[in-house]
Structure formats: C-alpha cells, structure tokens
Design a protein around this ligand. Structure first.
Ligand code: PLP
Length: 398
C-alpha cells in the first residue's frame, strides 16, 4: 500500500477529498473496499512480529482494516486530532468514549440536554457500574463548577443540543474541566466538523454519529471518536475497542469515506438554506418561537459567534396549538418527510416529544424545553424556495 503523498498543510475541503488515502499496487482512484475479516502472513515469523507490534501491518478487522483506517485518517487530519477510531454507530462511540476511561467510584458531570440514548448511558448505565453522574444546565457555567467532586473524571456535553439547539461555551467548560483534572468529551454531531472543531476549542475527546451529516444520504450507521492526545487512546480506548468489538464494517467505512468527500459542500449548502428558511418562517403567525443558531435572537448568539463558523443545518420551532397543531403541520408537508434522522440530503421533520424523547417523563421534557408543540427540522439539499413553500402551506393548516 502506498500513502497519500501530501506534505504541505491543506485546507479542510481538500483534506476531505484526499486525506488518509492508501493505494494498493493497482493504483485504484476510488479507495478500495477491503471486505476481509483478516490478513495473511508470509511466514510464521512475520505473524509473530505483527502480533508483537514490531511490524505495523493489519491483523484482524476487529482491530483495524485498511478501508476503516482511511476513514479514520481522513477525519483525524480534518480535525487536527492525535488519533481517531471508528465505531459501528454514534452510540457505540459515545459509550466507548466514556466506558473506556471510567471505573467504579468515578464521577461524571454532563449537560442534561443530551440525545436521549446518551442520557441513558450517563443516567442509567454508568451508575449500574458504580460511576456516579450529575446533570447540569450546560449553558450555566456555575453549575459545571458546582458539580465538580474530588472523583470527577469526565465532563460530557453536546452543542448545539438535540432538539432545542442550545449552545454551550466549549472553551469555558474545557477550562473548568481541566481545573478539576477531568477530560471534556464533546458530542459534535449537530455542529458538524465543518462549523465547529471542539479540539481546537480545548476539548479532549470528540465523538460523532457518522450516520448523520458524514454519510448525509441516509444509508449507513457509523461513529468515530477523536482524541486530542495519544495518551487517552493508548491508555484507555485502544484496548477497550479491540477487546469489546464495536467495530465499523469496511463496507460502511467506504460509504462514509465517500460521504466525507462531499461533506463540505453539502453542509455549506444545507446551512445556507436553513438560514434562509429560518428567516422566512420565523414570523409566521402560527410559530410561537423559532430557535436557529444563526439568528441574532438565538439565546446564546454570542457563544455561537465565538465558537461556530456558521449557524446550523437544523432548527426547532414551536407551533401555537400544541401537539395537535404540530401533528397537523408535520402531516401536511409534501416534500419534507417525517423521519428521525438528521443531516440527510432529504429534509426531515420530527416531533421530539412523541418520538426521540418520548422515553422521558413529561416533566423532564419540559425541563429541556421540549414542549408538545415543538418540531425539529433538518434541512436537506432541495431548493430552499420549495421548502419554504412546503412549510408555509403546512403552517396555514396548523
Ligand atoms: C444520532 C445521534 C447519536 C447516536 O448516533 P447513532 O449513529 O444513531 O448511534 C448521538 N448523539 C447525537 C447528538 C445524535 O444526533
């Protein structure tokens, strides 16, 4: 295999097309898909050397695989991380990122506005193994400071949050975490690596559901964990992933590698459309409140400006008239489809309180700002004027 010959530093859009490329002796242009469980050795001595780590070649696809490695390298170079490890889904990435470094007696502080499966890991799963957790309002820095205990080992947050698009000051939370001797882990799915690079803001570990914008065409599941330094990977993550096996398949890695090639252009276009759509519908009489990180009326507009390159491909809005009115709007849409994925080429709408967040109590939902009239909208690659028309006609039926 020969490696990508890059020596000069490259800008992100270039890295996303060329980063991490390995070529076989055939010189293929499109990255090869290595659908193989394992690898052959020329001699027993060669096998021994590889297992001892004296020869860096591949051993077994649960540990690593050339196609998966190309995907990891491409996103690692984009983010300027020391290491990247792919996983089978975003939840495998979140679970591994936390579990690999925690043990009974440790404590975690997390922002309470989390993707509901992440909330399960922090609130239900970790305590079963003796790891305590405290949930805070992530936008209130004093709550992070007050939650620290002598045994706090990790901070965990998502920004912007799902589905209410709250924005948390990553640099400030990283400072508090580091003063406490804890690592900051950031779920960067909603921001995308195009608009926010948490490692550059001080985060130690970044996780993605690659299922979202990185695939961006609703085909496969995948995840990735990026680390700012080698120690986290060498001391914790490497062995955890090898021995427990939440491995990304080579086929899915190939799809995601191709997704990265168009990530920049898709996210830019989807964000531009989302900003236009947010402005076009914000003052519609049936919309009580619209939350979009690119608008000056966003509650944390100053933090958005400080840490994000632009708004988002996502928005949330509340319909006057509660659940019934929100259901009428979602069902009346012709182009925008009811589905719970996000970051897709197709625009998707979801009613969080009865779908993604239905597991929570009504009280918990309201605590996160998830009201019965709230809809979450993910903007795709369609013509934004068609989407505005679709939304206006549906809103009139609320
Ligand atoms: C979707 C999502 C996840 C989980 O990813 P999967 O690939 O579905 O496992 C985690 N965090 C956030 C913010 C998400 O949107």
């Amino acid at each position: 295999m020969s490696e990508d010959k890059a020596k000069r530093p490259r800008r992100p859009a270039t890295e996303l097309v060329h980063g991490g490329t390995l070529r076989s002796q055939f010189g293929e242009m499109s990255e090869a898909m290595f659908l193989t469980q394992g690898f052959a050795y020329d001699s027993a001595e060669a096998a021994e050397a590889r297992f001892k780590g004296e020869d860096p070649g591949f051993i077994y696809s649960r540990f690593s695989n050339p196609t998966v490695f190309m995907f990891e390298e491409r996103i690692r170079q984009l983010e300027g991380a020391a290491a990247a490890r792919a996983t089978a889904s975003g939840m495998a990435a979140v679970t591994a990122a936390l579990m690999c470094m925690l043990k009974a007696g440790d404590h975690v502080v997390a922002a309470k506005a989390l993707f509901s499966s992440c909330l399960y890991v922090v609130e239900d799963l970790l305590p079963r193994f003796g790891v305590q957790s405290t949930l805070v309002d992530g936008t209130d820095l004093n709550q992070w400071r007050d939650a620290v205990r002598p045994n706090t080992k990790a901070f965990f947050l998502e920004s912007p949050t799902n589905p209410t698009l709250e924005v948390i000051d990553i640099a400030e939370v990283a400072r508090i975490a580091h003063e406490a001797g804890a690592l900051l882990i950031v779920d960067n799915v909603f921001a995308t690596p195009i608009w926010q690079q948490p490692i550059k803001l001080g985060a130690d570990v970044v996780v993605y559901s690659a299922t979202k914008h990185i695939d961006g065409q609703g085909r496969v599941l995948g995840g990735v964990i990026l680390s700012a330094d080698e120690a986290y990977v060498n001391d914790h993550l490497h062995n955890f992933l090898r021995q427990t096996g939440p491995t990304l398949s080579a086929f899915n890695a190939w799809v995601l590698l191709k997704g990265l090639e168009t990530l920049d252009i898709r996210v830019r276009r989807q964000t531009e459309s989302a900003a236009k759509i947010a402005d076009a519908i914000a003052s519609h009489p049936k919309i009580a409140k619209l939350i979009y990180p690119g608008r000056p009326d966003h509650p944390q507009a100053d933090v958005v400006k400080k840490q994000m390159g632009a708004g988002s491909t996502m928005m949330a809005f509340e319909i006057d008239g509660g659940k019934d009115a929100a259901f009428r709007v979602a069902t009346a849409l012709e182009i925008i489809t009811i589905s719970n994925n996000l970051g897709d080429a197709k625009s998707l709408i979801t009613h969080p309180s009865t779908t993604t967040h239905q597991r929570l109590s009504e009280e918990a939902r309201l605590g996160f700002g998830i009201t019965p009239g709230m809809l979450r909208l993910s903007i795709g690659l369609e013509d934004p004027d068609d989407l505005i028309e679709d939304l206006r006609l549906a809103l009139d039926k609320a």
